[in-house]
Design a binder for this molecule. Structure first.
Ligand SMILES: Nc1ncnc2c1ncn2[C@@H]1O[C@H](COP(=O)(O)OP(=O)(O)OP(=O)(O)O)[C@@H](O)[C@H]1O
Ligand SMILES: [Mg+2]
Length: 473
């Protein structure tokens, strides 16, 4: 079962707190117990030592009247301080007991007895006498020449420590329970606050569609993790919005471009049908219609090219293309066209440069640039071509002395259907797709296409493609 991040965060937070509190409590109690035991042991040891020196005579005989503890306290100033005192004979039989023991007896285990016989002192906790456990020291008394004469046991009730620990445990458990409940509630609240932007993102992402792509997530703290996530998502919305706008624009432009020739075509046909002028007029109408069909054909072909390029980007053929040869081929192709347009077209410089890519596409790129240069250069102008290599890139330039492009138009000429002078472009047959195809081809090959231009002085288009190899001329 998957829990929400908020539940998980709170759970871990509370678990961690509980474990640390219990760990701390255990360490604290253990240290306290150690200190208390140390002090108790010292105290019962010193009473046991005093007993040894007071009750045993150098002859080995013992001075042990009834109520010896009271006598010890009154006459010898030995403070038994409520300790239980018991004296055993070497066989382990009780010889005397302090009055506070009354009918009780401090038990001695076999192990403790054996330890005493062997001269060792034992500290232990005895639980089965009275209400509270008792800390007992068992100490043997040896006299020179006589050996073991007695065993002294001194016990101290652990009543105090038992009560302190019970109260501590009680307070501690209450404290842990209260802390866990408070921490859980605060953690739950904090997690909600911290994750609020995530819920907002979810809500927004759920309601966003093509119509409201302009909506953005409100970011309160832009520099934390969630803020950065929200910024990234906002940027993504921005890109989506831009792409959507482009697609809308493109669809609108494409339908418009195709509608114009269709309207003309329809008009021509209607006139021809209504006309009574005979075969010649009919021919004229058909000729004009054919031109419009050609234009539509041209647009549709280019649109298909663009669509294909978007899909093919990754899968372009990678053959070696000699740009020098390609350029000369293209020049031969355009020579006639340039001549007809009264434009001088020639190669200024060309060296054999090889790039890897799609020969047909690069040839299309060259053609489009040369076609534009001739198209937008008035009679008497010049179009110069140059091919070289710079910094590991093949550089192809088309320089014309044509109409040029203004600074305002320059950023848009690579957009689909963008034409500077729409009326004039229609005369010369342009649809405004050539340069966007060129740019698409350049980018698909890892290259760039840029323009530098000044109105009525001319333009220079510069294509740069990554070089495969350079062969010396
Ligand atoms: N060499 C140039 N000199 C001046 N303007 C140019 C030149 N090349 C392109 N342009 C301008 O940029 C616009 C876009 O060029 P693009 O090649 O994309 O379209 P087009 O030539 O009008 O039509 P198409 O290439 O689709 O037949 C052109 O309409 C023209 O205004
Ligand atoms: Mg063009």
């Amino acid at each position: 079962m998957a829990f929400s991040i908020r539940t998980r965060l709170t759970f871990w937070y509370v678990t961690l707190l509980t474990v640390s509190l219990i760990g701390f409590g255990a360490a604290f109690s253990y240290s306290l117990l150690k200190i208390y035991m140390y002090r108790t042991d010292n105290q019962i040891s010193s009473v046991a030592n005093m007993m040894v020196h007071t009750v045993v005579k150098p002859s080995g005989q013992m001075f042990l009247p009834r109520d010896f503890d009271i006598i010890l306290e009154r006459f010898f100033g030995i403070r038994t301080a409520g300790n239980y005192i018991q004296v055993l004979d070497p066989l382990g039989q009780t010889v005397a007991r302090s009055s506070n023991l009354e009918s009780m007896k401090l038990p001695i285990t076999r192990d403790t007895y054996h330890a005493a016989v062997n001269g060792a002192t034992t500290f232990e906790i005895i639980r089965n006498i009275g209400r509270y456990p008792v800390r007992v020291v068992t100490k043997p008394i040896f006299v020179p020449d006589k050996g073991l004469v007695a065993i002294v046991q001194v016990g101290s009730s652990l009543e105090e420590v038992d009560e302190v620990f019970h109260s501590l445990a009680y307070i501690f458990m209450l404290g842990v329970a209260a802390s866990v409940v408070i921490a859980g509630a605060v953690g739950w609240f904090l997690a909600k606050k911290a994750l609020k932007p995530v819920s907002e993102i979810t809500k927004l992402a759920r309601k966003i569609g093509a119509e409201n792509l302009n909506e953005r997530i409100t970011i309160e703290v832009p520099n934390d993790e969630i803020g950065r996530l929200a910024t990234t998502i906002n940027e993504m919305f921005g890109r989506l919005e831009k792409s959507f706008k482009q697609i809308k624009q493109f669809t609108g432009d494409a339908s418009h471009e195709l509608k114009t020739p269709l309207t003309i075509l329809k008009g021509e046909m209607e006139i021809a049908l209504r006309s009574k002028d005979g075969i010649e007029a009919m021919r004229e109408a058909l000729k004009s219609s054919l031109e419009e069909i050609d234009r539509m054909n041209y647009i549709v072909r280019n649109l298909l090219d663009l669509a294909k390029m978007d899909v093919e980007k990754e899968a372009l053929p990678k053959e070696s293309v000699d740009l020098d040869r390609l350029l000369k081929e293209r020049l031969d192709h355009f020579r006639r066209h340039a001549l007809d347009s009264g434009v001088e077209l020639y190669i200024l410089k060309s060296i054999p440069v090889i790039v890897r890519g799609d020969r047909v596409r690069i040839s299309q790129l060259f053609s489009n640039l040369m076609d534009n240069a001739i198209k937008y250069t008035p009679r008497g102008g010049t179009v110069k071509l140059s091919l070289s290599d710079e910094d590991g890139r093949a550089v192809f330039r088309v320089m014309d002395t044509g109409v040029g492009i203004s600074k305002e138009d320059a950023p848009y000429i690579f957009d689909r259907f963008y034409r500077v002078d729409k009326a004039r472009s229609r005369d010369v047959g342009g649809a405004g797709l050539g340069l966007s195809i060129c740019k698409g081809i350049a980018e698909a090959h890892g290259g760039t296409l840029e323009v530098e231009s000044a109105p009525s002085r001319g333009s220079t288009f510069t294509l740069k493609l990554p070089l495969a190899a350079v062969t010396a001329v």
